[in-house]
Design a protein around this ligand. Structure first.
Ligand SMILES: Nc1ncnc2c1ncn2[C@@H]1O[C@H](COP(=O)(O)OP(=O)(O)OP(=O)(O)O)[C@@H](O)[C@H]1O
Length: 302
């Protein structure tokens, strides 16, 4: 169960939407795909799902090369496009049966349609026409059609846009569950979503991948060997004494017992040993971390 993007480039006229993009996702991995507007996320997702041809490079699903004509490989992939195109005149069940028919589910159609209606929380709305549904429920229908043929790889283009906070949490929970057994790539502009769902974060900017790793790796990378720690003792400590700790470059008092320590390495253990050696009690010890928002800005505002 894998999705591999091999040196993909795509041009719209002279404009490069993607240039030499590569990454690989393995089974059971949920990856958040981030990037500013126009960065190339939807274009890459369309190429990965076989809806658009790359000018160079290719996508591979479970080791098989994706192309528009290869029905077998397209069957391994579920796709929720950005604007979630649906047929407003069809009833929810009717539409899901239609999609199941396209995948030739045959006798599995009825149980799969019923299961998808339940899993995506459509039980109270499935008797309506799609055009009568609210945006959040339409989004659920989009997810149900993406999952109906039980694909190995799921590609979701901004699946939670426009959902209310309750719906947001339910859809995230569904993505979490699906991600335990499938490979999921989803795009979003919501940073908390990345924190809540992803083991892996891929950031694209102007058609190039500018970061790929775990959230911890990315937030750590922009620290660039510069650490900031907040430490609180039970009584005042001299800042001179704190500055004498290995790797500490500066220490400032924020209050009589609270200090801001700058260092070239993680000095939390050293601060602890210092406290023990001199009989202080540490009440607070916290390394300041850069947030995903800061990482995103740092990498995409250039
Ligand atoms: N059909 C098209 N014809 C011409 N240019 C296009 C077309 N589709 C996309 N582009 C351009 O390619 C670039 C990448 O667009 P894309 O939709 O992939 O970005 P995105 O990261 O999904 O953006 P957003 O977050 O706004 O949805 C943009 O500059 C866009 O204007």
């Amino acid at each position: 169960m894998s999705l591999a993007i091999h040196q993909v480039s795509k041009y719209y006229g002279k404009q490069a939407a993607l240039e030499n993009v590569s990454f690989r996702l393995n089974g059971g991995e949920i990856a958040g795909f981030l990037g500013p507007n126009g960065a190339g996320k939807s274009t890459l997702m369309k190429i990965a799902t076989g809806f658009l041809a790359a000018d160079h490079g290719f996508a591979e699903v479970n080791g098989q090369r994706m192309n528009e004509m290869n029905v077998e490989v397209r069957r391994m992939i579920g796709y929720l496009p950005e604007h979630n195109p649906l047929y407003p005149d069809l009833y929810v069940k009717e539409y899901l049966r239609f999609v199941a028919g396209m995948y030739h589910l045959g006798r599995r159609t009825k149980p799969r349609v019923d299961e998808m209606i339940e899993r995506t929380g459509l039980t109270h709305e499935y008797k309506k026409r799609i055009g009568e549904l609210s945006k959040g429920y339409r989004q659920r229908v989009g997810l149900a059609q993406a999952l109906i043929h039980d694909p190995n790889v799921l590609i979701l283009d901004e699946p939670t846009t426009g959902l209310d906070p309750n719906q947001l949490e339910e859809i995230r929970q569904l993505i979490r569950e699906v991600g335990q057994e499938k490979t999921v790539l989803f795009s979003t502009h919501i940073m908390q979503e990345v924190k809540a769902l992803c083991q892996r974060v891929i950031i694209i900017h102007q058609g190039h991948i500018v970061a790929d790793g775990t959230e911890q790796m990315l937030t750590h990378d922009i620290n660039d060997g510069h650490y900031e720690t907040i430490v609180e003792f039970d009584r005042p400590v001299s800042t001179e004494a704190l500055r004498s700790i290995d790797n500490v470059s500066d220490a400032k008092a924020l209050s009589p017992t609270l200090y801001h320590v700058q260092s070239a390495a993680d000095v939390r253990a050293d601060l602890f040993r210092f406290a023990v050696a001199y009989g202080y009690v540490i009440l607070t010890l916290k390394q300041q971390e850069h947030s995903m928002e800061e990482v995103f800005k740092e990498l995409t505002l250039k």
